[in-house]
Design a protein around this ligand. Structure first.
Ligand SMILES: Nc1ncnc2c1ncn2[C@@H]1O[C@H](COP(=O)(O)OP(=O)(O)OP(=O)(O)O)[C@@H](O)[C@H]1O
Length: 262
């Protein structure tokens, strides 16, 4: 396959089975396939405990599938890949480091000189509206501000793939909407692929190019929805688009069946 149209991520007939210490088996995923194009924004929704986080863990290489194959940029996943960035619900910021030190950590780790790393970190803080907070420590910031630090800390590494596991679910509604718009802006400038796991169907539709709906556990793919809403999107406004309402109704119909089973 031509390198340019090769998917960024591919899961081929993947299953994942956990064995607990008392010998009980849990099948989290069963014959699950998905493909994410370069630059595509994909959201995954499904009932609680179906296997969404497990899917992300397999893409990171932290977890090996029991059967099937996971490929990143055409190659089988083998250990932690520096091209992949993560943002999770819990902030992955170092509490003992200042905001600026947190954001500069990535480029320093990659061998950039101290002055280049700090210049870059300062410019990222400006981009996320935190340029006056570089000397603060994470505990001195609000939840939304800490999330901005996490985004700057991730995007500074220009990830080709960004995995997000309910990154905004702990935020209040208004902050959450602002963060969704910031994420869309950062993503459109970065051109990487995003896999975004969420419980919030509206969040999935507002952000994504495609929404993957998973079944109750053991999860497999129930349906993929193309989100043919215009871009650029303002997430608080796109919710009133007639097409948005139509898509929400269709996906909720599918999801409700699975939530009831789960
Ligand atoms: N390391 C593990 N050992 C045993 N079972 C596990 C392990 N990790 C996940 N599971 C089980 O696999 C299933 C899927 O878990 P996963 O966290 O992927 O679900 P999820 O869809 O992300 O859930 P939620 O929506 O509640 O966040 C769950 O039943 C979970 O208990």
């Amino acid at each position: 396959m031509n390198q340019s149209n090769q998917p960024a991520i591919e899961l081929r007939h993947v299953s994942c089975r956990f064995i607990s210490p008392d010998g009980k088996a849990t099948v989290a995923l069963r014959d699950f396939s998905m493909s994410v194009a370069k630059g595509e924004f994909v959201a995954i929704v499904g009932p609680t405990g179906c296997g969404k986080s497990t899917t992300l863990s397999m893409i990171t290489g932290l977890l090996k599938p029991t059967t099937g194959e996971v490929r990143v940029m055409g190659q089988p996943v083998d250990g932690i890949d520096p091209r992949i960035g993560f943002v999770f619900q819990a902030d992955a910021v170092f509490p003992w480091r200042s905001v600026l030190d947190n954001v500069a950590a990535g480029p320093l780790y990659r061998g950039r000189s101290k002055s280049a790393a700090y210049d870059e970190a300062q410019s990222w803080l400006r981009r996320v509206g935190l340029d006056k907070f570089g000397k603060h420590y994470p505990h001195q910031l609000s939840g939304g501000m800490r999330k901005r630090v996490a985004l700057a800390q991730t995007f500074i590494n220009k990830p080709e793939i960004l995995l997000m596991d309910e990154p905004f679910s702990a935020l209040d509604m208004q902050t959450r909407t602002l963060m969704q718009d910031e994420l869309l802006q950062l993503w459109s400038a970065n051109a990487g692929s995003v896999v975004f796991v969420t419980h919030d169907l509206e969040e999935a539709i507002a952000l994504a190019d495609r929404v993957f709906v998973l079944t109750a556990r053991p999860a497999t793919l129930k349906k993929v929805y193309e989100i043919d809403l215009p871009r650029p999107r303002i997430t608080s406004e796109i919710r009133y688009h007639p097409r948005f309402i139509e898509i929400s109704r269709d996906i909720w119909h599918d999801l409700r069946e699975e939530v009831q089973i789960g």
